[in-house]
Design a protein around this ligand. Sequence first.
Ligand SMILES: *Cc1c(COP(=O)(O)O)cnc(C)c1O
Length: 280
Amino acid sequence: MAASEVTGSYTGMASRADSRAERLIDLRSDTVTEPCEGMRQAMANALVGDDVYAEDPSINALQQQVAQLLGKPKALFFPTGTMSNLAALLSHCQRGEEVLVGDQYHIYRDEACGASVLGGIAMQSLITDQHGAFSEQQLLAAIKPDDPHCPISRLLCLENTVAGQVQPQAHIERLCDIAHDHQLACHLDGARLLHAAIAQDKRPAELAAPFDSVSLCLSKGLGAPLGSVLAGSEELIGQALRWRKMLGGGMRQAGVAAAAALFALESWSADLQQDHHRAR
Ligand SMILES: *Cc1c(COP(=O)(O)O)cnc(C)c1O
């Protein structure tokens, strides 16, 4: 695991470990966290409502805040990143259409091929190099011609960071330009996009700008117990809302979870900077 994935101060890990005889730092994943006292308080005091009626104030606030952070018109809260990515792919693609995605990327390798199983969506993987990227030439060669023998290439999926490695923004922009020139949409699995932003001293919205949709995990470096957010256009998020319902991700008073993420987002920049500092 790369240094930038190491988990952080506000997860409460340090203070809880201090009370133990041994000080244990678990580096298996940045998902192995516990909410700190402040996060627990935020959850306990969360304003809630029925989110299936879009009446949960904490979820509404979180969706608005993440949409703004990522520079997109709208955002939608999901229980997991896998469901957020899946709903994005189902919203972008019809049956018989194709996603182009790196062979090391989570969407291709770690989500049980849900888009193919549930959506009839083909996935063509492109071989990624040791930095987690594939080339413009590989992308161009993988986009199918308008030929009845072929699936219809519809979506490019990139990831940032990839196994802790920040993807160079200029390269991302070139790949997305190529995709858009060929009428493909672009989705970013930005599970750890905030890490990429901190590492490059860039705004998350700038990193998200080339993409039509972006999925951000709240349960990774941010230390929330659960949740992801998908951001994109009004139309795309409208479609994703129907898919989320169908996938069983329409939750009720889930503002308790959103409040944890809102708490983490109050200080994400300083906290992740400190995490990167400690990891180094
Ligand atoms: C963790 C992760 C996801 C989503 O995983 P969930 O466990 O379903 O939240 C998606 N992409 C990447 C790169 C991840 O690390």
